[in-house]
Design a binder for this molecule. Sequence first.
Ligand code: HAM
Length: 430
Amino acid sequence: MNPFQAPTGTRDLFGPDSARFEAVVGHFARRARLAGFGLLVSPMFEDVAVFRRSAGEESDVVKDEMYELTDKGGRNLALRPEGTASVVRAFVQHRPQLPWKAWYAAPMFRYERPQAGRYRQHHQLGVELLGTPDPAADVEVIALLAGFLDDVGIRRFELKVNSMGDMACMPAYRQRLLDHLKVHELDLCEEHQTRWRRNPLRVLDCKKPACAAVRQGAPRLVEALCPDCAAHFEAVLAGLDALKLPWRQDDALVRGFDYYTRTTFELGSLALDAAQNALGGGGRYDGLAEQLGGPATPGVGFGCGVERILLAADAEGALGGVTGDVDVFVVDLTGGGAALELSGSLRAVGLATDRAFDGRSLKSQLKVADRSGARLACIVGPAEADAGTVTVRVLAGTGAGHQESVDKEDLVSRCHALLAEPAAPEPAAR
Ligand code: HAM
């Protein structure tokens, strides 16, 4: 066996599978651009304090899962476990004009137990909208996530929403929750019997049955909201209703990071196992910019995992037509000059085109052409070169096996016409 393998919890993704990854990123980039978000490219590592201060020392991600390192200059850094803290750090550093709308596509690193849909390096697509507390901003980002999943072809998902309140109502709620947990301390799961005092909210999203039972009688966050937070939440829900986006309020949706205020949301796939069904999630973080040393600046956003989206797409049979195949393959039996010229002119008009190298035989080049998935082969032998023609052969789909001679000048339009035919023959009428 090769001594070097990709590290546990990571994977190499390449063609043709990577074409679906690329398509998902393309759909997201388009959606984000259409909604006025600009791409933010930021470092993959940050001062470790950026994450400690924002996600919270008690969050699983910071406490147990962060990849920390010390560089040769003695700086304490962490590989980015999530995107929001980095985006807000960049905002505080550069102070772009508000509202600031940024999107990102980036690898994230978490030392988790690898399993289907859970990796140590995963890839998130996300948006962050900074500078407005308007509930319409929450609705805009939630609708963007739902619309993007729809573009990918994922239809079986559920939107869960909740509100975490703010500094006016959260401290009192926290105290009431602590009082409840104190009474039930010994009924909690083993981990939370020691942790509940430091971060009682974590008990609310603990998946263990013991904590779920204690949660039954716990005070409800949505009933403890101050009038401003309650009105904000109502406005978000009314916005979702106006867009006809069905939602379900979920008391357990407190999410894993300490920075959330007011709205939290998650989109879960109904086609995947419950343990890995979160396709994306996010919420508001109105105090985060201040926590990272900037001016008070409200913000809202989400991150969604490309690997999870691909799993859900598989489960729903979406993205089936995305193969990464080329359209045309040029077979050149004259030494390579024709392949150079024809592949250039076909690519220039937007036809994905490949060619063989090394002056191989006709048989061998046609084999590579078949493997490439191309629907058309453009063959140039000495006779064609003399006559200024190209032999076009249909390799797959409607008319497979058909072959014709085309003048070189007409090649582009003929290829376009042949490729416009349906890929598979129509089923015969009965
Ligand atoms: P998160 O819920 O931790 O939120 O991650 C967002 C998404 O990333 C998840 O819904 C899931 O699809 C994917 N994901 C997370 N961990 C893994 C993993 N180990 N393997 C595969 N996929 C994974 C955040 O990270 C927040 N920054 C979201 C946010 C943005 N909140 C406000 N703005």
